[in-house]
Design a protein around this ligand. Sequence first.
Ligand SMILES: Cc1ncc(COP(=O)(O)O)c(C=O)c1O
Length: 372
Amino acid sequence: MINVFGSKVGEEEIRQVTESIGKQWMGMGPKTKQFEAEIAERLHTDKFVLVDSGSNGLYMALSLLNLPKGSEVIIPSFTWVSCAQVVMMAGCTPVFCDVDIESQNITADLVKPHITSNTGAIMAVHYAGLPVDLDPILELGYPVIEDACHAIDSKYKGKSCGTVGAVGVYSFDAVKNLCMGEGGGVTSGKKEYMERANVLRYCGIGKSGFEASTHGKERWWEYNIVEPFIKMNPSDIAAGIGLAQLQKLDELQEYRKKIWDIYQEEFREISWIQTPMDADTTRGDQHSYFTYFIRVPKRDQMAKYLFDNGIYTTLRYHPLHLNPLYQSKESLPNSELLNEQGLNIPLHPSLSMEDVDKIIHYCKKFGEEMKL
Ligand SMILES: Cc1ncc(COP(=O)(O)O)c(C=O)c1O
């Protein structure tokens, strides 16, 4: 079966992990520090705090904003469940917003009707790595959390996605463009946010060891807990895999782009397939090609047809406002249409060119057989 998402790890990642095991140092340590420094440099940001998942990174981002309890956070409905769950966990209310049908991203115009006197923040998800048009959203005057979980290599007007809003969040889970099994990270241009993130991620411990000891050079086992918080620090095992991935990220991205361009070329001519948007390079935008998302009629039949021919596809995402947990009364037509027509077809660095040919072949054959 050809998988819809995937990674490419090899000898370099094994070497990094073996090194940590050889040194008997698997927890947070030197590799975490090195990864944070290298990724910060790549993103042109001063500081990066690595955590154990993108989901926890989003929770961290909300915590850094210190929103009053009960604040509303406007988020796209067409996104991963963590986006809403962390809002609830932070004692706030997720308010679901529609996305643009072509970009699958929120826009300022779609956000505006949801603004109330209780609005505390806006979460912008760069879907598939296509940059959200952030400037008009920033102009609305609320802190913007950039969910750059798909967008490690994306740029908005020349700046790395995740470094434009108040806080940016990344995911390094097993199938992300840069993967470490599980991992995530946070960045912000605000120094105080980053200092706080560094404290919060390890149970809110500000100082430990001799630094925290109230007895001078004795009782080094004391620690100073500054704020209530959970543990979300990463391991050096994950950070080491991340370091190896970082070395080959450009190469991995080039391969993703190659597949993306082939799909665009092959599918653009087919009238019944709506292909995804390319980034607007004229204004300095760049895509990350995390996933290839198409819209088609007879989506369910197409998914089943591809599955029966050894090709696994999926829909990311089932719109959150349709989930009973959130008791949303919103009607969001674009998200609901995407729920009926959207399909993510395989795009990842472990696909062979034969796999790509096979995927294109069966997509076209489905159209012929269904007389689309
Ligand atoms: C848009 C988006 N936000 C957040 C996350 C959460 O990241 P993680 O799986 O690292 O917790 C994901 C994961 O797929 C995602 O796609």
